[in-house]
Design a protein around this ligand. Structure first.
Ligand SMILES: Cc1cc2nc3c(=O)[nH]c(=O)nc-3n(C[C@H](O)[C@H](O)[C@H](O)COP(=O)(O)OP(=O)(O)OC[C@H]3O[C@@H](n4cnc5c(N)ncnc54)[C@H](O)[C@@H]3O)c2cc1C
Length: 268
């Protein structure tokens, strides 16, 4: 299929992009940000998304900058997954980015696009929640910061307004970390992802949004063994089954992957 007709604007600045999105909303039309296009363009082609206006942010200056300041990696919205995979300031983020799709997808897809798209199987949202990342958002009312845990509300749903643009994401760098995921084929979306970042344990693929395991983190903070932490995490899980994996299979995967991530983080 071909996309439904849309207008196209190549924004030169964040202000121009936000103004275009806001004017769309005011007219009762739908505007959408176009970043790497790796999720949006397939949705357009399938006519599952039919925006009136695409606001292309790829030429907005300074949106692809990455900087490490006081133990926090600040990642510009347009930072490609391949750039994240290649940086050395946040090794957990680099490892997670290497698991995203294939080289062609990693060379176009962006960090902010992944968070805005809010796929519960995607790697970067789980890392963001594990690291207590903070998302910088610009809208007509100005700039606001959103904790990653408050960004996601459901599969492909977030608290972003239609006229808001993510400009950067700040990821605190953990000292101890572990990352483990399982996908049916190399490059597929993960069935389950487990991330350990210092005392935090986060999972993807077991709920509608990336989840933190409060019970697992309590046991970890109390000096629990890998096995004890895994038991606590699994007691908290309520995965649902779908076409790709049954609920018991996702639970078994979570147990295995949390164990691997904990061991990688140095827990015994
Ligand atoms: C074959 C294939 C395999 C893939 N495998 C994986 C995988 O294993 N793991 C994974 O995580 N992802 C995977 N992806 C998705 C990929 O990571 C996308 O890059 C990502 O989900 C979206 O980023 P994007 O820059 O391409 O965003 P786009 O497709 O341009 O946009 C996606 C959505 O986010 C919005 N958006 C984008 N940028 C912003 C912004 N700055 N502010 C506000 N809203 C914004 C858009 O309006 C749109 O709604 C895969 C994609 C394909 C095609």
């Amino acid at each position: 299929m071909k996309p439904a007709p849309f207008e196209y604007l190549r924004a030169a600045s964040v202000d121009e992009a936000v103004a275009a999105l806001a004017s769309c909303g005011a007219d009762g039309r739908e505007g959408k940000v176009l970043a790497g296009g790796q999720s949006l363009v397939p949705l357009l082609a399938l006519r599952m998304a039919r925006p009136d206006l695409l606001v292309d942010i790829n030429r907005v200056a300074d949106l692809a900058e990455v900087s490490l300041v006081d133990g926090v990696l600040h990642v510009g919205a347009l930072t490609r997954h391949s750039a994240l995979a290649g940086q050395t300031g946040h090794l957990l983020l680099a490892e997670a980015a290497r698991w995203i799709g294939h080289p062609a997808i990693r060379s176009r897809g962006t960090a902010a696009g992944s968070l805005a798209h809010a796929d519960p199987s995607a790697e970067l949202p789980v890392v963001a929640v594990a690291c207590d990342a903070v998302v910088s958002v610009v809208g007509p009312a100005g700039v606001r910061s959103v904790a990653a845990a408050d960004l996601f509300t459901g599969p492909l749903m977030s608290t972003l307004a239609e006229d808001e643009l993510i400009t950067s994401v700040s990821f605190p760098v953990p000292v101890r970390w572990g990352f483990a995921e399982f996908a049916r084929r190399h490059g597929d979306f993960a069935l389950v992802t487990a991330v350990v970042a210092d005392g935090a344990i986060a999972l993807g693929g077991v709920s509608a949004v990336p989840m933190r395991s409060a019970a697992g983190e309590d046991v970890l903070a109390g000096g629990g063994s890998v096995e004890e932490v895994v038991v606590a995490v699994c007691a908290e899980l309520e995965p649902t089954g779908d076409l790709h994996a049954s609920a018991p299979y996702r639970r078994a995967l979570a147990a295995e992957l949390v164990g691997r991530a904990l061991r990688q983080a140095g827990v015994s």
